[in-house]
Design a protein around this ligand. Structure first.
Ligand SMILES: CC(C)(COP(=O)(O)OP(=O)(O)OC[C@H]1O[C@@H](n2cnc3c(N)ncnc32)[C@H](O)[C@@H]1OP(=O)(O)O)[C@@H](O)C(=O)NCCC(=O)NCCS
Length: 231
């Protein structure tokens, strides 16, 4: 977590999630994902039980409030499809599919409380999970980025064209732009990642960050990971 400290603004600190954070985490979830069911205590306890070192919290020191979270688990991605949903990749939000022998750290959720956004907290939490990738000698981190600006142009351009325009900075997306600025590479658009995400018109961008210090697992090519749906 030491690299994350460089990016944290003054007045914030970073640590691993504790039981006392659960209620505040659920409240942040309700605030940033109004159409989703917030995490339950049981789900957060399960995340903590299966992979405590992958559950990061940023605190606002003065108020003692939780300002942001990044939740991760390790997956063997060849067990999955490129376009599997969040529900499938997280074993219905429980993280019980965490596989310590996998090569990929999956960033299941990154959220910053609206009152603390645009302070660099998302960046610090992203750097924190990359530190974990390096510590564990994993090949890469991956995630599914929401693209909540897509519904504004969904009738005009395809999801992949939208991603390309955001990559070229011809369009700005409130989430995908943040991920790209934070050094993620967008691989492709997938449908149904978060089926209730109407702002993203049901689409998401698969994003990944390759650990330059770790060679890819033998025989693995992202292009060979099958899709659940035909393109
Ligand atoms: C996406 C999110 C995590 C970003 O967190 P944040 O703490 O506000 O982001 P940061 O302040 O660390 O900004 C990181 C970079 O993204 C950029 N960025 C952040 N929000 C942005 C926005 N709305 N539009 C464009 N760029 C944005 C910042 O400018 C910064 O890049 P820069 O340093 O090159 O200028 C936050 O907006 C959030 O929690 N959103 C709701 C939940 C969500 O959708 N999470 C993503 C799930 S895939």
């Amino acid at each position: 977590m030491k690299d994350a400290l460089i990016h944290l603004p003054d007045g914030y600190s970073i640590r691993l999630m504790l039981e006392r954070d659960y209620a505040e985490v659920a409240a942040i979830c309700a605030a940033v994902y109004p159409t989703e069911t917030p995490y339950t205590r049981d789900e957060l306890a399960a995340h903590h039980r299966v992979f405590p070192e992958g559950q990061f919290i940023v605190m606002h020191d003065a108020s003692g409030a939780v300002a942001g979270t990044h939740f991760t688990l390790i997956l063997r991605m060849l067990d999955f499809h490129l376009d599997d949903s969040w529900d499938v990749l997280t074993a219905h939000g429980t993280f019980t599919d965490h596989d310590p022998l996998g090569h990929t750290l999956y960033g299941a959720d990154l959220m910053v409380h609206p009152a603390h956004q645009h302070h660099g907290i998302g960046r610090a939490l992203t750097v924190a999970i990359r530190g974990l990738v390096s510590e564990k000698g994993l090949w890469r981190a991956t995630g599914g980025s929401r693209m909540p600006g897509y519904h504004l142009v969904a009738g005009e351009i395809t999801p992949d064209e939208y991603i390309a325009k955001v990559q070229r900075a011809e369009l700005t997306d409130p989430v995908l732009t943040a991920h790209l600025h934070d050094g993620w590479h967008a691989v492709t658009a997938i449908e149904g990642y978060l089926p209730n995400d109407a702002e993203s018109a049901g689409w998401a961008a698969v994003i990944q960050w390759i650990n330059p210090a770790c060679p890819p697992p033998e025989g693995f090519e992202i292009g060979r990971v099958p899709r659940r749906t035909k393109q």
